[in-house]
Design a binder for this molecule. Structure first.
Ligand SMILES: [Zn+2]
Length: 59
């Protein structure tokens, strides 16, 4: 388990094209879908906002 304050990797599914991709939930920059270019993760005050379906937390 990740301790508090550490980022975790999330397996997400793009709303637009159903592409599954691993993203970091504390990304320092915007992460886009590798297939359609939709923004999946946006940095927001240390944590990140996720604009995709979170399927699971990758440990
Ligand atoms: Zn996509």
């Amino acid at each position: 388990m990740a301790s508090k304050g550490e980022g975790v990797f999330l397996k997400v599914k793009c709303f637009d094209c159903d592409n599954e991709q691993i993203v970091f939930n504390r990304a320092a920059s915007t992460v886009q879908c590798i297939i359609c270019g939709k923004t999946l993760v946006k940095p927001k005050g240390g944590k990140s906002e996720v604009f995709a379906n979170v399927i699971e937390v990758v440990k």
